[in-house]
Design a protein around this ligand. Structure first.
Ligand code: ADP
Ligand code: MG
Length: 360
């Protein structure tokens, strides 16, 4: 039996050390988890590979010195650039023939996928609560708002265009419309929508959205770069809802680049191991990726976990609903949305959308 092959095939990371805490074994799941090859790990001391306060260093140290197992359900592994991966870990001693402790082994399980699912469930609950509130609010507020708008319009007409009061009626109208838009957005989140899924040309759709932003691009000196895969197959989507998604994403990218920069739209067939294929109920389907990349300030690490939460915003006039809506719409498409951001260097939002099935 080739035990190394067995360990290599394990989905959990396995790391073994000798009594001096020098790494003697590092399986391929450990390579994936830490983004460090066995060649660059084996033979080194644990402390050279992990920061001294890392769970795995502490626990393996304890196991080697006491000869007892340790477990930590909520540890972490740092993977460079302040990317912290949640892990659960257990350690066990390795004994020599004479009963002395010869080393120790740690098994680490990557919990990020589980954490992500947990966050989605929590988000779903907040959304449902926000939705119930929104429907109630909308009904209470929309009617009086409509009456106010009508009255202001009458007032405006009565006063005539060159009245010195028309400035005030304009403010009233703009603000009433703003409140209406907020309510519409809330209802969008709350409504169970019936998608009208049809085969769509993603590039035409992106161009439709880009056209809406042409003027803003010019004003803010933002260069729009297109990196489209010309052989991209049609996707299966609801055109209006997807326009809404990319509209929101472009808006965020604009907000992130107040003094200009490059905004890149990229499309390609997905090779992503996590989201590249999805089950649409009737079997697996390949996905395409549409990326919106900006060169803005990026998303601070502390905010990253919350950006999809409804009402989470870092902007003075933000509503914090844009990404919550995008998430919801992509979920309805059985797609996915992923945000990668490097502070100070920009943000890439990737939307995964299903390819329309070719007619045979
Ligand atoms: N492209 C981006 N660059 C930097 N931060 C972003 C970007 N997109 C989203 N964010 C962050 O996520 C938050 C939530 O975004 P969103 O849901 O669209 O709400 P809003 O735009 O109203 O704030 C933003 O306030 C911002 O902090
Ligand atoms: Mg937004």
């Amino acid at each position: 039996m080739n035990y190394e092959a067995v360990l290599a095939g394990l989905p959990d990371a396995v790391i073994a050390v000798d009594a001096s805490l020098r790494i003697v074994f590092w399986n391929s799941a450990a390579e994936v988890l830490t983004e460090r090859s066995a060649r660059r790990a084996e033979g080194r001391y644990l402390k050279e590979v992990f920061p001294p306060d890392a769970s795995v260093v502490r626990r393996l140290g304890e196991t080697v010195s006491t000869g007892e197992s340790r477990s930590e359900p909520e540890g972490f592994v740092d993977r460079g650039e302040s990317r912290r991966v949640p892990v659960s870990l257990v350690t066990a001693p390795l004994f020599a023939r004479d009963g002395s402790v010869e080393g120790a082994v740690a098994v680490l399980r990557d919990l990020s996928r589980i954490r992500q699912l947990e966050a989605e469930v929590r988000r779903g609950e907040t959304l449902a609560a926000a939705g119930r509130m929104a429907v109630g609010l909308a009904h209470e507020v929309r009617n009086p708002l409509g009456a106010i708008r009508g009255a202001v319009q009458l007032l405006k007409r009565e006063l005539g265009t060159d009245s010195r009061w028309s400035e005030y009626t304009d403010v009233l109208l703009t603000e009433v419309d703003r409140v209406n838009r907020i309510i519409e957005m809330l209802l969008d989140l709350a409504r169970p929508v019936q998608l009208r899924l049809v085969p769509l040309n993603l590039h035409q759709l992106l161009e439709r959205v880009a056209t809406l932003h042409e003027e803003a691009c010019r004003e803010r000196r933002i260069g729009l770069v297109r990196s489209y895969d010309p052989s991209l197959p049609p996707i299966l989507g609801d055109e209006d809802r997807l326009v809404q998604v990319f509209h929101n994403l472009l808006r965020n990218a604009f907000d992130a680049m107040p003094s200009g920069g490059r905004l890149t739209l990229t499309t390609r067939v997905s090779l992503n191991p996590l989201f590249g294929k999805m089950d649409l109920g009737a079997g697996q389907r390949n996905m395409v990726e549409a990326k919106v990349a900006d060169e803005g300030g990026g998303i601070p690490a502390a905010a990253r976990a919350r950006i999809f939460d409804p009402f989470f915003t870092t902007k003075d006039k933000g509503l914090g609903l844009g990404l919550a809506i995008c998430h919801r719409i992509l979920e309805e498409h059985r797609g996915a949305i992923q945000v990668d951001s490097a502070e100070g260097r920009g943000t890439v939002v990737t939307c995964f959308l299903p390819i329309a099935k070719m007619t045979p």
